[in-house]
Design a protein around this ligand. Structure first.
Ligand code: HEM
Length: 421
């Protein structure tokens, strides 16, 4: 089993779909390489980052600590089967396909028997692996009466219940299973979800999907912090994925998890947060900055000069008022205001056209966060934000998902195997 770092960091580059095509043009050598699954090639210095592959197998699933890719296609599925054996077969088939696709390979032949549909749909041929990761999760509903799995329910995988600041669309919320497909190329992420859905046919149907772009969190200091659709740098003060102590404390289900099979897993919360963009755009710069608690251009906290300066919640103006207003988002979301709790944010911006009734943009943040207890972490923070945070006036949570993300699979095993042993 690979160690935790291996699951979250780019590994050696293997021959990819893109290189396979080039290699084929190169004659016999290309054929020899292309036929050997798992054949590893050293990454040459000139090779672009897009060619890098992320290992699928490991202690934890990839796509959590992995430096955030540019795009997401998130999919939630409902099971149509009620057979435990079919659920197990599905998870094994998804794992096999996931390992192939994240290595840059098709799930099967694209040009097979002329009288049969191709095994792989083909739109990723010629594209690199693009750091594709596939992260699978189980909704609370998977542990109801259908599969006899209620005794295996991860200890805190229970519905979040109503939270302030939300008006949820059930058709875009929840689900029995989920897959988060992240990649630097949206076509690669889409291809992955589409082929998993095809493989699942007869056992699972898509419930909802969400496309996202422009990562809105920074889980590494290697890249510049991206901006969200309100124009602010988003992700500056995120939980750092190289902080092993924080990861044990706030992200991974540890030794105290009574469900042994779930140790090394985590919980994923998705929230489709619509920004009331037209209203936001009419606010003065001062008002926007006071709402967030940071400067728009530099990303610096109102109490500091530079982006990564500490957020000084106690700093006062000469007149005695708080420099970072009491209602500022960074104050209300801070660990200090939330019993020391932190979450690992890994969200994306989204835009889904316009609201047909008002003509306003339906755009915002597809919030994704990982934590070891969604009730003590996400829900507790959101309860505070929904009542104390001025940002709440300019956003609306329109959909919600909660999934237990099992630990990573070992080579030869499959994701969620512990459910069945
Ligand atoms: C559309 C909705 C949201 C927007 C536009 C937004 C935006 C921001 C921005 C600009 C920052 C400052 C930069 C940074 O440190 O990352 C921030 C910080 C933060 N946000 Fe949000 N956020 C949203 C929703 C949420 C939600 C739903 C949560 C959790 C329930 C959350 C939790 C946090 C946390 C924990 C911080 C870091 C606070 C600190 O300790 O400094 N945010 N957010």
């Amino acid at each position: 089993m690979a160690d935790s770092a291996a699951a979250g960091t780019p590994g050696e580059s293997r021959i990819s779909r893109g290189r396979f095509v080039t290699a084929l043009g190169g004659g016999a050598l290309g054929l020899a390489l292309g036929s050997g699954s798992g054949f590893a090639l050293a990454r040459s210095p000139g090779e672009s980052a897009a060619e890098t592959t992320i290992p699928f197998f490991g202690e934890h699933q990839a796509g959590i600590l992995t430096p955030q890719q540019d795009r997401v296609v998130f999919a939630s599925f409902d099971l149509t089967t009620t057979s435990r054996a079919e659920l197990r077969d599905l998870l094994r088939a998804w794992t096999d396909a996931g390992a192939r696709m994240t290595a840059g390979d098709p799930v099967g032949t694209v040009a097979g028997h002329p009288q049969a549909p191709p095994d792989d749909t083909g739109e990723a041929l010629g594209l690199h692996a693009s750091r594709l990761t596939l992260t699978f999760g189980f909704g609370p509903s998977l542990f109801d009466h259908r599969f006899g799995l209620s005794k295996r329910r991860p200890s805190v995988l229970t519905p979040l219940g109503p939270l302030p600041g939300e008006e949820l669309d059930p058709t875009r919320s929840d689900g029995d299973l989920c897959v988060q497909a992240c990649a630097d190329d949206p076509q690669v992420a889409f291809h992955a979800v589409r082929n998993l859905a095809r493989i699942g046919r007869g056992a699972a149907v898509l419930r909802w999907t969400q496309l996202g772009f422009g990562r809105t969190a920074s889980n590494s200091n290697a890249k510049e912090t991206p901006r969200n659709l309100q124009g602010f740098k988003d992700g500056t003060n995120n939980l750092a994925v190289d902080n092993a102590v924080d990861l044990q404390r706030f992200v991974w289900a540890g030794k105290d998890e009574p469900q042994h099979w779930f140790r090394g897993g985590t919980y994923l919360v998705t929230r489709r947060v619509r920004m009331l963009i037209e209203t936001w755009d009419r606010l003065t710069l001062d008002h926007q900055e006071n709402t967030i608690g940071r400067r728009k251009i530099s990303g610096a906290p109102l109490s500091g000069q530079k982006e990564h300066d500490a957020v000084e919640l106690d700093a006062r103006n000469p007149n005695g008022s708080h420099v970072i207003p009491l209602t500022a988002h960074v104050r209300q979301a801070s660990p200090k205001a939330n019993n020391g709790q932190k979450i690992l944010r890994r969200g994306y911006s989204y835009t889904d056209g316009i609201d047909p009734v008002t003509g306003q943009l339906d755009a915002g943040l597809f919030f994704i966060a990982f934590q070891r207890d969604p009730h003590k972490q996400f829900a507790a923070i959101q309860r505070r934000l929904g009542t104390q945070d001025e940002l709440t006036e300019y956003i609306k949570h329109t959909a919600s998902g909660l999934f237990g993300v099992p630990p990573g699979a070992r080579q030869g095993g499959f994701v969620g195997e512990g459910l069945f042993t």
